[in-house]
Design a protein around this ligand. Structure first.
Ligand code: SF4
Length: 710
């Protein structure tokens, strides 16, 4: 039996742009017809937000392929995108609601699981006050889901204790850029990068974490643009750079201030832009005037001559762009790091034009959307402040709402340890793997009186739950994701969820009803209509407008085409704000006992805590086990060979894994990826918080390493 080519055998052509039905005829003794659908949706993994088709046969996802017309990905996907459908049909999916009874999970009807969840959370709230309950929602969930869980916390449980994983990745971006520009979002479309004359990439392993964004950076590089990469590790993009700066982890402000000082001394600032569009420059000029390149070299380890070269390349570019990711944000000085980069683009006038701008790269596919939807303790959807917008939302939702801002994710878990937070609903997050200091997180979750978890797979967190609610994956529900370039895009149901699993927006709706809040939604589109009514930056968004390209916010009205470049004419706060920032030592400097700096991050082949990618056979095959990267100098000094099992230890705990001796990390630094539960990097990291955004210091912990026993 030989299959005809797809082109030969397609009897029924495209029915619509979004759902294509194909009938494939196979030749043989007799002709067999196989029906296949291609459903247009958005990738579940990183914030690039690539468009893809899921291929469906007999209600099963059998593959994925790129969307040729997508404005950013343009017919391309990275390996994770090509394999995005494989985990959907995995046999370990959660299929039925489960309730813990005498240390065993017992299958129960949805009615019982939902009623138990609503009743227990309300009971705890009544007995111990509304601050004793909270919700952690998910950057993997849709906008509609995040909006409804935000509403559930505020209108149902009367608490602002609502947060999500942005607290551990881009909370400093929301706080830092919100202050500097009036909007904590990427300033330009991703494609604008290809027009830049100089690109500074800081703390972003772009070719592995955001491969499609890297393709635009490399297009600019091929055109002759200067590419300056600052990263302690020699990543692939550092290898492709014209200038690689390797700062010690936790010293970014020291070298960025020195870079600015040199740009000012050389007269490379844009005085016209500074005087007409900004305020507060004089304080920054004074603050950085003492930051010499020699001082920066002593603190950061970056040679003064390399910093001079980078300053001249960036400062003299007609169009300069700055790209950053969690190497900048995941520090106890995360918000100040972001402000330092904002100061740089403002003083060089690199904002509001094609090829310029500041590009925070969001890790999850919908961390931008979850922030937009107000899954944050101090903001409603559209970044409307709790104190200013409470009455507006109370009227829209016909209910009373809490006044005080709530607790952030780690504050909630700290409260749990102290017995103040007693009930928690976690939706699509796995804090046992993704939050710092795993031992402490486990104690906090175990201390709760009631924990409900809504998930697609069993995780280290569902193991601790009282109720497990089985959720639909991205392939099994309708909704929208908002990519890192503020592009709101459709997610479409391609197959039914397994067993009794349900879309989380339905779970949130049903919990709202059980808590006495009106929730008259019959579809995800109804939820988006409400979002548009109460969220000015999404005011013109509706499903019938979200074609293959989506819409970039702000999109305030039905006739608005969306916004590509922000701040081109004016900032929403009038003038952009400079703020002087100073270098502070990281929370944990290396010492005699713990002489190395541990930094953590991702691999190209895995995503976050590995819940989905470690159930994707081809991706799992690429990285068979976790490794710790160590420099040849350190390895020699500690008598460690490549491939040997070693123990990495910090003041919080220890893990055993294989050593990978590589020139890619400098002496004094080791690197562990955080996807692997068998060697959980977050058993080692600390909970030192940035006072402004409350992000923990995940990128710099004092550590030691030795050959494993046995
Ligand atoms: Fe998916 Fe990101 Fe890869 Fe695009 S670059 S296919 S969004 S993982």
């Amino acid at each position: 039996m030989r299959a005809k080519t797809l082109a030969d055998s397609t009897k029924q052509s495209t029915q619509s742009l979004y759902i294509q039905k194909l009938v494939i005829a196979y030749n043989g003794n007799k002709t067999t017809e196989i029906f296949m659908e291609k459903v247009h949706t958005t990738c579940i993994y990183c914030g690039c937000g690539c468009g893809l088709f899921l291929h469906v046969e007999n209600n099963r996802v059998i593959g994925a392929s790129p969307s040729p017309l997508h404005p950013m990905s343009r017919g391309r996907l990275c390996i994770k995108g090509w394999l995005a459908g494989e985990f959907v049909g995995h046999p370990e999916r959660l299929r039925h609601p489960l309730v813990r009874q005498r240390e065993m999970f017992v299958r129960v009807p949805w009615e019982e699981a939902l009623s138990l969840t609503a009743t227990r959370l309300k009971e705890i709230s009544r007995e111990s006050g509304s601050e004793s309950v909270g919700i952690l929602t998910s950057a993997k969930g849709t906008n509609e889901e995040n909006y409804l869980f935000m509403k559930l916390a505020r209108a149902g449980l009367k608490t602002n204790n609502i947060d999500h994983v942005a607290r551990l990745c881009h909370a400093p971006t929301v706080a830092g850029l919100g202050y500097a520009f009036g909007s904590g979002a990427m300033t330009n479309p991703i494609s604008s990068l290809k027009e830049a004359d100089a690109i500074l990439v800081v703390g972003s392993n772009t070719t592995e974490q955001h491969p499609l964004i890297a393709s635009y950076i490399l297009k600019a590089r091929a055109r002759g643009a200067e590419l300056i990469v600052a990263d302690p590790r020699r990543t692939q993009i550092a290898d492709l750079a014209s200038i690689w700066l390797a700062p010690r982890p936790g010293t970014d402000i020291a070298w960025i201030n020195a870079l600015q000082n040199f740009i000012i001394q050389e007269g490379l600032t844009d005085e016209d832009f500074i005087s007409t569009r900004t305020e507060g420059f004089e304080a920054v000029r004074q603050a950085v005037s003492v930051c010499t390149r020699e001082l920066s070299e002593r603190v950061s380890g970056i040679p003064a001559k390399d910093l001079k070269e980078a300053a001249l390349a960036f400062g003299s570019a007609e169009r300069g762009a700055v790209v950053y990711a969690m190497g900048i944000t995941q520090h106890a000085a995360g918000t100040d790091n972001v402000q330092a980069l904002a100061n740089l683009v403002l003083m060089t006038g690199n904002i509001g034009r094609e090829g310029t701008g500041l590009y925070p790269l969001r890790g999850h596919q919908n961390v931008q959307g979850a922030c937009d939807m107000g899954a944050l303790p101090d903001l409603y959807s559209g970044y409307q402040k709790v104190d200013l917008a409470r009455e507006k939302f109370a009227e829209a939702w016909s209910t009373s709402l809490p006044e005080e801002p709530g607790q952030t994710a780690l504050e909630m878990l700290e409260s749990a340890l102290e017995g103040r937070l007693k009930g928690l609903l976690i939706v699509g997050e796995n804090p046992m793997m993704s939050y710092p200091d795993r031992t402490r997180i486990k104690k906090a979750l175990e201390a709760l009186e009631f924990l409900a978890v809504c998930e697609i797979f069993p995780t280290e967190t569902t193991d601790l739950a009282d109720v497990i609610l089985p959720a639909a994956s991205f392939a099994e529900k309708d909704g929208t994701f908002t990519s890192t370039e503020r592009r709101i895009q459709r997610v479409r149901r391609a197959v039914p969820p397994p067993g009794e699993a349900r879309a989380e927006w339905k779970v949130a709706r049903d919990l709202l009803r059980r808590m006495g809040v009106a929730a008259d939604y019959s579809s995800a589109a109804d939820v988006m209509d409400e979002i548009a009514r109460v969220t000015p930056i999404y005011g013109g968004v509706a499903y019938d407008r979200l074609d293959l390209k989506g819409l970039q916010w702000p999109c305030p009205s039905r006739d608005h085409p969306g916004t590509g470049i922000l701040h081109s004419e004016k900032f929403s706060i009038g003038r952009a704000r400079f703020r002087a920032v100073e270098h502070c030592e990281p929370f944990e400097a290396p010492d005699e006992e713990y002489p190395l700096i541990l930094t953590t991050g991702r691999s190209l082949y895995h995503f976050h805590t590995g819940t989905m990618t470690r159930r994707t056979s081809l991706l799992e095959r690429e990285v068979l086990q976790p490794t710790v990267e160590i420099s040849p100098d350190d390895a020699k000094r500690m008598n460690i060979r490549n491939g040997q099992r070693v123990e990495v230890e910090t003041r919080r705990g220890s893990i055993c894994l294989e050593a990978r001796v590589t020139q890619n990390v400098p002496a004094g630094t080791i690197f562990v990826p955080f996807h692997f539960c068998e060697a959980a990097a977050n058993a080692l990291t600390a909970q030192a918080l940035d006072p402004k955004s409350k992000i923990p210091e995940l990128k710099a912990s004092a550590a030691r390493i030795r050959r494993a026993k046995g």
